[in-house]
Design a protein around this ligand. Structure first.
Ligand SMILES: Cc1cc2nc3c(=O)[nH]c(=O)nc-3n(C[C@H](O)[C@H](O)[C@H](O)COP(=O)(O)O)c2cc1C
Ligand SMILES: CCCCC(=O)C(=O)O
Length: 370
């Protein structure tokens, strides 16, 4: 007998899920210890990981009444790409740990919902295949390699495949210490390839003190000397806009703007520097510094429509989902990611209406009780 995936039972459970937490529970139940540790973990004690969520829930709203919200629009655009609602998929490595369709499933779901997917350098699927599945709704995330020619090759491939922006991750000169991965010696199962990040042989041959294969791999390939001076070189490689992912301060936001880059506020889902500021707490000073000169995005802890509105009220143009997309993928492949996006889209619409707004353009700091 061939098993269809997702099964009827999984599809039913997905349809019955009423929020992202319930999909998280479905996704977690389908993962082995290795994958679950990898997806779930934050760095060290997980303070920043938790703070991302907690700081969203602490902000209170000031809804307006009697505003005729019979017609509410959730549409926006990012770098000129129209989005049906202001939510995209953040880059995460190894979607093959969650589902055999891996990044193709995520890309199809994002495209189907009028969202945008950011593909990780460390995907299990080649850029070109994901680009086709994403139907033009693709950004490419870059880790800068010690071997600059490998990175240059990836940038050219991403541009040729139709990616619309480069997302340079700037918060990972070294991998944060995710202790569960160390303890259980995280390993990429042998059937999974990392086609944009060098061969499996390169992966296996790299040795450090760490128990986690991920850390060995990363530290062998990725360049911790990355600095502001490298941005001109990166810009010279393609005509694509560059977004710096991992900005947490006004100082770095100002430098990003001076270098002609857009700003993605992120602490890597609390997986890098533990006790770093939560993203929603970092956003106001960054929005003030950028002052409308470039676009600002945010990720970290987004799980409710009201989180999305709070980020927009404080200056983000769109927000991105890391783990929630992975839980959806594990829970039911493309259908699971689609359900995550659908639920959140419905929540954004309802939260807008209950706040007395007809469109995202009306969302400003006056929505928040600070
Ligand atoms: C399992 C996992 C893998 C990730 N891989 C990458 C990656 O390859 N590149 C990157 O820039 N960020 C990566 N991130 C960080 C996400 O892009 C994002 O910043 C973070 O997950 C957002 O927080 P959230 O999970 O609370 O939504 C990863 C996050 C997770 C959970
Ligand atoms: C080792 C870094 C690649 C994936 C990543 O960014 C993460 O696990 O957070």
């Amino acid at each position: 007998m061939t098993l269809t995936f997702p099964t009827e039972e999984q599809l039913k459970a997905l349809q019955q899920a009423v929020n992202l937490s319930e999909i998280e529970a479905l996704g977690r139940a389908r993962l082995d210890q290795n994958a679950l540790d990898y997806y779930a973990s934050g760095a060290n004690d997980g303070h920043t990981h938790r703070a991302n969520r907690e700081d969203f829930s602490r902000i209170r709203l000031r809804p307006r009444m009697l505003m005729d919200v019979s017609d509410v629009q959730t549409g926006t655009s990012v770098l000129g790409l129209p989005l049906d609602f202001p939510v995209g998929i953040a880059p995460s490595a190894f979607h093959g740990l969650a589902h055999p369709d891996a990044e193709l499933a995520t890309a199809r779901a994002a495209a189907g919902l009028g969202s945008v997917m950011t593909l990780s350098t460390f995907s299990n699927t080649p850029i070109e295949d994901v680009a086709r599945a994403a139907a033009g709704r693709l950004w490419f995330q870059l880790y800068l390699y010690k071997d600059r020619e490998v990175s240059a090759g990836l940038v050219r491939r991403a541009e040729a495949a139709g990616a619309r922006a480069l997302v340079l991750t700037v918060d990972t000169p070294f991998v944060g210490r995710r202790e569960a991965n160390e303890r259980h010696r995280f390993n990429l199962p042998p059937h999974l390839q990392v086609p944009n990040a060098g061969s499996r042989e390169a992966l296996a041959g790299l040795e450090t003190q760490s128990g986690s294969q991920l850390v060995r791999h990363f530290q062998g390939l990725v360049d911790p000397s990355l600095s502001w001076r490298d941005l001109d070189w990166l810009k010279s490689l393609s005509g694509l806009p560059i977004i710096l992912k991992g900005i947490l301060t006004a100082e770095d936001a100002e430098l990003a703007v001076q270098h002609g880059c857009h700003v993605w506020v992120s602490n890597h889902g609390g997986r890098q520097l533990d006790t770093a500021v939560s993203t929603i707490a970092a956003l106001p000073e960054i929005a003030d510094a950028v002052a409308g000169r470039m676009e600002i995005y945010l990720d970290g802890g987004v799980s409710r429509g009201t989180d999305v509105l709070k980020a927009l009220a404080l200056g983000a143009r769109a927000v991105f989902l890391g783990r929630p997309a992975l839980w959806g993928l594990a829970a039911g492949g493309e259908d699971g990611v689609r359900r995550v996006l659908e639920l959140l889209k419905g929540e954004v619409r309802l939260a807008l209406a209950l706040s007395g707004k007809q469109s995202l353009g009306q969302v400003g700091r006056d929505l928040l009780k600070m």
